[in-house]
Design a protein around this ligand. Structure first.
Ligand SMILES: *Cc1c(COP(=O)(O)O)cnc(C)c1O
Length: 376
């Protein structure tokens, strides 16, 4: 396979494998594969098709626009979209049978759209059990339930689900998750008392899917795990049985010998102590590689080297040592594939997390999809 000069190699079979692995773990709960943010950088449609091939029951997006792109690609699986503004296309969502997360104000807009279309909207009511983002507050929940039940009785909506989102599930020892789940269970009781008993109660993201069976309810909403990334700071993806779905690759653009004291990159934040060889890696922050990621690993000829100095817009430098067999044109893997380097290692070097590393790989890096199911 001849690759572009820079590539994010997307392993569709790895996504399918990860969905199936998580699915086995959470059964009989259903699996919603989160494909928002361009499939966490892997490509919206690629990720969606691969997740469905791996047995995902649902797809999830933040925005209605993302869900509409899935429908436009011919994907007819159930989709839930949960983050809306007053400019959102609620009508199009209803027409395209996209389920809508509802936290409060959206309900009136969605009902108005349903009335115009003479078609009930499918909604999942969201309760804020502690994250402090979207979702009705505990105080507002009974009123939201009452309004929803009324609209349901008038045939304007069907309440398919009730859900919440967890704040600290990536730190399984923290007690706030217990508190959130207990608030969630109370909210379900309130809903039931108000006549709402939806089929899909859902709370778990990837870390809760993998560490909290009591959070599985009827469905888990998993994102980062299906891309082969660990949601836990102290666990590798491999230890969770997950395979990385993105390999970020390029080739060495230059190799040169430099004397002791040579400074590296803008700001000259790094100087070599002894004569050495510098390798130039032609991918930079415009491609999504964080500017501050000094000391991050790369793999060249099965050996690890580390970024030195600041990452620039288009390139960064690795110290290859005084003796080196690395040559111009050699393949470089930043993370993923069989490199053993995880996006989380780049996250650690950049004071961020694997989620941000994979979702920010830029448009200048072509996605090259491998191991796609025929016809997918
Ligand atoms: C993004 C998102 C998820 C998936 O989270 P991961 O940690 O990537 O598994 C689940 N639910 C909601 C509401 C989300 O926004």
């Amino acid at each position: 396979m001849s690759l572009p000069e820079r590539a994010a190699i997307i392993d569709a079979a790895a996504i399918a494998h990860n969905v199936a692995t998580i699915g086995e773990f959470v059964r009989p709960a259903k699996v919603l594969a989160a494909v928002k943010a361009d499939g966490y950088g892997h490509g919206l449609i690629t990720a969606a098709r691969a997740a469905l091939a791996g047995g995902a029951d649902w797809l999830g997006t933040a925005h209605i626009e993302e869900a509409l792109q899935l429908r436009a690609a011919g994907i007819d699986a159930p989709i839930l979209a949960w983050l809306h503004t007053t400019g959102a296309s609620f009508r199009a969502a209803i027409e395209q049978h996209i389920d809508l997360g509802i936290s409060g104000w959206e309900l009136d807009r969605v009902v108005a759209a349903a009335q115009e279309l003479h078609e009930p909207a499918r909604v999942h009511l969201k309760i804020d059990t502690g994250l402090g983002r979207n979702g009705a507050t505990v105080a507002d929940w009974p009123a939201l339930v009452a309004r929803a039940a009324e609209h349901r009785n008038r045939g304007l909506i069907s309440v398919e689900g009730i859900f919440t989102h967890l704040a600290v599930a990536d730190e399984p020892d923290r007690r706030e998750t217990d508190q959130q789940l207990s608030v969630f269970r109370e909210a379900l009781v309130t809903a039931e008392a108000g006549g709402l008993v939806p089929d899909l109660r859902h709370a778990a993201n990837t870390p809760a899917a993998l560490s909290r069976p009591d959070a599985h309810f009827d469905m888990v909403r998993v994102g980062v795990g299906i891309y082969g990334q660990s949601p836990f700071a102290d666990r590798t993806a491999a230890s969770l049985g997950l395979s990385p779905a993105m390999e970020l690759r390029t080739t060495v653009a230059n190799v040169k010998r430099v004397p002791a004291g040579q400074g590296i990159s803008y700001g000259l934040t790094h100087r070599v102590e002894a004569p050495t060889h510098l390798g130039l890696i032609p991918i930079g922050y415009a491609d999504g590689v964080p500017r501050i990621a000094a000391g991050a690993p790369v793999l060249i000829r099965d050996r690890r080297y580390h970024s030195a100095g600041r990452v620039a817009m288009d390139q960064f430098v690795v110290d290859l040592g005084e003796q080196t067999d690395v040559q111009v044109g050699d393949e470089v893997t930043l993370f993923g594939g069989k490199s053993g380097i995880e996006a989380a290692d780049w996250g650690a070097a950049a004071q961020t997390i694997n989620y941000e590393i994979i979702t920010r790989i830029g448009a200048r890096v072509p996605r090259v999809v491998i191991n796609q199911e025929p016809g997918a």
